[in-house]
Design a protein around this ligand. Structure first.
Ligand SMILES: C[S@@+](CC[C@H](N)C(=O)[O-])C[C@H]1O[C@@H](n2cnc3c(N)ncnc32)[C@H](O)[C@@H]1O
Length: 293
């Protein structure tokens, strides 16, 4: 790793973990999508343990890590859901031409999705994540214009977004992928209220949350680095909304529903993590949510 490039830490590290999983998916012969830049982020990050962070990837590439195998399925299935839904929303007649990625992390949809001409992607994340991302992406040209908006979502982010060129009077595709689990329930409510205030009819909201918090006891992790990553994830996962998705959307002025990630994985012909299995006590359900306003 270059000494000039600092890795994002804490919740910012989850963006790097997402990129790792997208890189792994992209390398499969039956890849559900290809994200060539994901491997670049991983390459630049190098040995993350040198920076005191958990190792990216399992100790052995033989499918024996319950944590990484489960996460690969989770993140690949989820990425397909968002890819398809963003493409469908922007393909509608007079569909939105603004896409706002809340907690954009190392998302490279500006480079890899063919979106209609005139579409702009606003990428909202912390300054430290943007610093790392900009350093790695230097010299790469997106196919859809992308505008980094470095701001914390607990601050006055609508102001920063408007200053970056976003127009609340135009329809928008709001994307909060892999984000709400890092927000306590009240903060998730505030976030959606704020989104709603910046939303005009014809807009779409795409997000996800879990039916319960993950626990350290959800998987047996013999490898100390798997254990360290799980601690980081479980420690930062504070909840997200509690009601079922249709109710939560309605409470905030949206209509819509959800797809269970387990069903998405089944439709894609991919195995699901044991943790999702409906036959176990208290399975973890991941709700992939689409709302309309
Ligand atoms: C799991 S990553 C997902 C990234 C991206 N959506 C993707 O799918 O590639 C979560 C991202 O949310 C960002 N995030 C979490 N809390 C945030 C906050 N309060 N303000 C801004 N960004 C935040 C993190 O920095 C991280 O990049």
């Amino acid at each position: 790793m270059s000494t000039q490039i600092r890795l994002p830490v804490a919740v910012g590290f989850t963006g790097l973990m997402t990129a790792y999983n997208r890189a792994v998916e992209s390398a499969r012969p039956d890849a559900l999508f290809t994200d060539p830049l994901a491997a670049r982020f991983v390459e630049v990050a190098g040995d993350t343990t040198l920076a005191g962070l958990p190792r990216l990837g399992p100790a052995a590439e033989d499918g024996s890590s319950e944590l990484w195998t489960g996460m690969n399925g989770y993140l690949a299935g989820r990425t397909v859901f968002y890819d398809r839904a963003i493409q469908a929303a922007t393909a509608r007649e007079h569909g939105p031409r603004q896409v706002v990625l809340l907690g954009a992390g190392l998302d490279t949809r500006a480079f890899r999705l063919a979106l209609p001409a005139g579409t702009v992607l606003y990428e909202v994340d912390t300054a430290e994540v943007h610093e790392f991302k900009s350093a790695v992406l230097a010299g790469h040209l997106p196919s859809t214009p992308r505008i980094p908006v470095p701001v914390d979502l607990r601050e006055d982010w609508p102001r920063a977004l408007r200053r970056a060129g976003f127009n609340p009077a135009w329809p928008t595709v709001w994307v909060a992928e892999g984000l709400l689990m890092y927000f306590p329930e009240a903060a998730a409510d505030t976030l959606l209220d704020t989104v709603t205030e910046q939303t005009t009819p014809g807009s779409t909201l795409l997000t996800e949350y879990m039916s319960r918090r993950p626990r350290m006891t959800d998987a047996v992790l013999a490898d100390p680095q798997d254990h360290a990553l799980c601690e980081l994830l479980v420690g930062n996962t504070v909840g997200g909304p509690d009601p079922d998705p249709a109710t939560w959307l309605a409470e905030h002025g949206w209509t819509g529903g959800h797809l269970d990630l387990l069903d998405q994985l089944t439709e894609l012909g991919r195995p699901h993590p044991t943790l999702f299995d409906r036959s176990i006590p208290e399975p973890l359900r991941v709700h992939l949510i689409s709302g309309r306003h």
